[in-house]
Design a protein around this ligand. Structure first.
Ligand code: AMP
Length: 555
């Protein structure tokens, strides 16, 4: 693997001494705690209180693939180093969520991963924690020399090309920003500097930010390709690749850009880099496509919270098109003015029209959809999150993957045409174990989703309207694919397709989130032991955002 082992010896003496001086004991220096108080409160002020994890231990988890590492029960079961542990504590995460219990040791063992877990299940931390921990342990390797050489070649600090060690790709700007915010939290008091690039925002400003140093890059594909073509980003030393919302990233729209980034440029090939994919759903076709990017991977299926712990109450009501607005008003007055309500509509025009209507009816509401500027979308999200505008009208694309923790009610004003999208949408409520409500307006237009919707409701032990049952029965008899298997069988968003392909590769690790604990899954001594671990700690000057300090690249 590229230069990881020799990092300590390549490193400049001055910096090594400086680090050794403050971090010989592998501890975050005391005085840094005071110096970075305001940054700390900025990063960690978002509260996780009220999150109900009790139900989470019941979520079933299936890990399949060759030699699957044992899962952990607590964050202490795996050696992630003091910076990560400190930031976990500051984030007030007391125990890992099911996806974290499995994904953390898998990633720490340098295995590729395809994980099927809902947004809201803690999947962002499931990859950020082990990836950052590995980066702290292993150091920048060759990327340091490359960045330095690039600076020298260009003769100017400002022209420097950045060589991130880790790349996280996300389909939307909002999701990219959210992952970036989490990355800032977990890289607090380290030398790792996360950056984010996404379309629709000032590229000059993003370039200037990159030039201050970039070790972990969160990006939407289009803007990343642009940055690569401008010579601002080199992926030559990108040893960790994460695809979030991977089902969407690999569908027709994004696939060529993903191939351009991952296969047709300078990124280390699979097997050399580590690749991780996360998604709420993983249709078989996407799993087959994803093999191109993965090497001997573990497939992780985490039960859907809404399905297995039944913490989302799902209601389906028959509402004719012409009655939708008045029905919506009834619902809104029943839920109460202050609870956050997310209303999904099919089109951008529909979103604007509904927002206007609600506004005229005296509701504090806002909207997000693809035609609104990036600034408007961010502002709308902030107003919604803060409760200033507790009703958000959204199109599915704009709302995908968003972490808005306390949504009480999701209303499908227009139902989507496929069930994956339905699962994504209702996953906006009942997040990380909280209770939620999802109401869907159904009428003649939604015939194509009938059977799948019925399956979901039955599986989640929800009340099924009798008209829906009869409709599904009619459809099943008409439909040509009546024999097809249930996509969400067993409460999972998908299952490892290799399990059905003649049982090849079946490692067979089943279990529940609350299974047997395995202590000390530190596993990676070969990479992190001895001198390298010095690098994981801070330089003691308080956070990675102050530009007065020297980072890995000498910035
Ligand atoms: P995600 O699924 O990554 O969108 O995460 C959903 C929310 O859960 C985020 O607000 C996280 O900060 C929070 N979260 C993630 N892991 C934990 C944990 N172990 N304990 C408490 N909250 C968590």
């Amino acid at each position: 693997m590229i230069g990881f082992y020799s990092f300590k010896f390549r490193h400049s003496d001055k910096l090594s001494q400086e680090i050794a001086a403050v971090t010989l004991s592998n501890k975050v220096p005391e005085h840094s705690t005071n110096l970075c108080c305001s940054l700390r409160s900025e990063l960690f002020s978002g509260s996780n209180t009220g999150i109900n994890f009790e139900k989470y231990d019941d979520i079933p988890v299936e890990a399949t693939g060759q030699n699957c590492p044992q899962h952990i029960e607590s964050f202490q079961d795996v050696d992630m180093g003091e910076i990560i542990m400190g930031n976990i504590a500051l984030s007030r995460y007391t125990r890992p969520t099911p996806v974290q219990k499995y994904a953390i040791p898998i990633i720490k063992s340098k295995r590729d991963l395809m994980a099927c877990a809902q947004t809201g299940s803690g999947k962002t931390a499931a990859f950020l924690l082990p990836v950052l921990s590995q980066i702290y342990t292993d150091g920048p390797g060759e990327a340091l020399n490359a960045a330095k050489a690039s600076g020298q070649e260009n003769g100017k600090y400002g022209r420097r090309k950045q060589y991130p060690i880790s790349l996280v790709l996300a389909p939307t700007r909002e999701l990219a920003l959210q992952i970036y915010d989490e990355a800032r939290k977990f890289s607090y008091r380290s030398r790792v500097r996360p950056c984010v690039v996404y379309g629709g925002a000032d590229i000059g400003q993003q370039i200037r930010d990159l030039e201050r140093g970039c070790h972990l890059l969160v990006a939407t594909p289009g803007r990343l390709v642009d940055m690569m073509e401008r010579g601002k980003i080199g992926l030559d030393y990108c040893n960790y690749l994460v695809l979030d919302e991977a089902d969407r990233m690999l569908d027709m729209g994004f696939e060529p850009q993903i191939r351009r980034i991952v296969e047709q440029d300078t990124m280390p090939p699979k097997g050399i880099r580590q690749t991780m994919m996360f998604s709420a759903t993983f249709p078989k076709e996407i799993q087959i496509l994803a093999r191109d990017f993965l090497e001997d991977y573990i497939f992780l299926a985490v039960g859907r919270v809404g399905s297995t712990s039944e913490n989302i109450t799902q209601k389906v009501v028959w509402v004719e098109e012409s009655d939708k607005r008045s029905f919506l008003l009834d619902l809104l007055s029943a839920t109460g003015k202050d609870s956050l309500t997310l209303v999904f509509v099919e089109t951008k025009k529909g979103a604007d029209a509904l927002e206007d209507f609600l506004y005229r009816e005296g509701y504090a509401c806002t909207s997000i959809h693809g035609d609104r500027s990036q600034r408007d979308r961010e502002e709308a999200l902030n107003q919604f999150r803060s409760g200033k505008c507790p009703i958000l009208v959204a199109t599915a694309v704009a709302a995908r993957g968003l972490d808005i923790s306390n949504v009480k009610h999701v209303i499908n004003f227009d139902l989507p045409s496929d069930i994956e999208e339905y699962v994504h949408r209702i996953g906006r409520t009942g997040r990380v174990g909280n209770l939620g409500l999802a109401t869907s307006f159904f009428n003649d237009k939604n015939g194509n989703i009938t059977k799948d919707l019925l399956d979901i409701l039955v599986e989640a032990k929800q009340e099924v309207p009798s008209w829906l049952e009869s409709l599904a029965y009619e459809h099943q008899h008409k439909s040509s694919n009546r024999g097809r298997s249930k996509r969400f069988s067993g409460g999972f968003g998908a299952r490892d397709y290799r399990q059905t392909a003649a049982g090849v590769n079946a490692g067979g690790f089943g279990g529940r989130g609350g299974g047997r604990s395995q202590a000390g899954h530190g596993g990676n001594r070969a990479f992190g032991g001895g001198g390298f671990s010095n690098f994981y700690t801070s330089d003691g000057y308080g956070g990675n955002y102050s530009h007065s300090q020297v980072d890995w690249w000498g910035n």
